[in-house]
Design a protein around this ligand. Structure first.
Ligand code: DAK
Length: 258
């Protein structure tokens, strides 16, 4: 595992853990940090011993957005060409499930990062928002698109146009997070969820993730057709034979990811 400047990584069982680590700047996402997050995600994605990934910050902040100091003097062309968003977008190519464990501030690019993950476990202190309007800009990494798909138009409007912040309970109510747990438990809970998924049939998990994500990007007919193709393809795997045989023999399956 390479040494990183702005994140910490570790492996727990079959789970890769990435911690954002610029606590004094509330984990503001500068370009080094975004590059390092993506490099760590890709390294875990390529590691067969890892079945799921958890991305977290600390109790006070998951991330308070993109680094305002870094971008305050940037020109439009610099913003376009600095590679920040290209790097950020690579999270969509990660094949393994990524779970965000969120506590404290989850704002702007931080919320966009959390929404790019597959699931979100929140602590009771988590606060979600897109405060870019206060800086004279709009969200630029999915904050108008993923957010609207998750919470619906009228609430997204209030969040984007008037910096409405959501409490963890509101985020749960509006479908932005999977569950809310006490602050002492949010990381443990996310790691437990990740370990459970990592213990499941790897190909089925991969196809399931792809198929659910596809639902946001295609028509129902195309989505159903793709789902069916992936379903048939599962029958070409050893894990399908093993899973069904194990059920019939009343024993636990042993997955190979083959
Ligand atoms: N950037 C840089 N530093 C930040 C920061 C940020 N986003 N957020 C906090 N900090 C720093 C503060 O400057 C302060 O540093 P010092 O003054 O101690 O050196 C330290 O973290 C602690 O912050 P506060 O003293 O402000 O702490 P409070 O508890 O009083 O307030 C807060 C917490 C989260 C409410 C407040 O810090 C805050 O409002 N932060 C800014 C939140 C924000 O506006 N976030 C949105 C940023 S814009 C792109 C696509 C997307 C984006 C960028 C590019 N492309 C397509 C290229 C994303 C844009 C954004 O996210």
């Amino acid at each position: 595992m390479p040494a990183y400047e702005t994140i910490l990584t570790e492996i727990q069982g079959r789970v890769g853990l990435i911690r954002l680590n610029r606590p004094r700047a509330l984990n503001a996402l500068n370009s080094v940090m975004v590059s390092e997050i993506m490099a760590a995600l890709e390294a875990f994605d390529a590691d067969d011993s890892i079945g799921a990934i958890v991305l977290t910050g600390n109790e006070r902040a998951f991330a308070a957005g993109a680094d305002i100091k870094e971008m305050s003097q940037a020109s439009a062309v610099e913003m376009l060409t600095n590679g920040y968003i290209d790097t950020f977008d690579r999270i969509r190519s990660i094949k393994k499930p990524v779970i965000a464990a969120v506590s404290g501030w989850c704002l702007g690019g931080g919320n966009e990062l959390a929404m790019s993950c597959d699931m979100v476990v929140a602590s009771e202190s988590a606060r979600f928002g897109q405060p870019e309007v206060n800086l004279g800009v709009i969200p630029g990494a999915g904050g108008t698109q993923r957010l609207t798909r998750a919470v619906g138009k009228v609430l997204a409007m209030e969040i984007v146009l008037n910096d409405r912040r959501l409490t963890a309970q509101e985020a749960l109510q509006f479908g932005l997070v999977n569950r809310v747990v006490p602050v002492e438990r949010y990381l443990e809970e996310a790691l437990e969820l990740a370990q459970q998924i990592a213990a499941r049939a790897p190909l089925a998990v991969r196809f399931g993730k792809e198929a659910v994500n596809h639902a946001f990007e295609t028509s129902l007919s195309d989505g159903l057709a793709d789902e069916r193709r992936a379903f048939y393809f599962c029958f070409a795997s050893e894990d399908q034979k093993e899973g069904m045989q194990a059920f019939l023999e009343k024993r636990a399956p042993v997955w190979k990811g083959q």
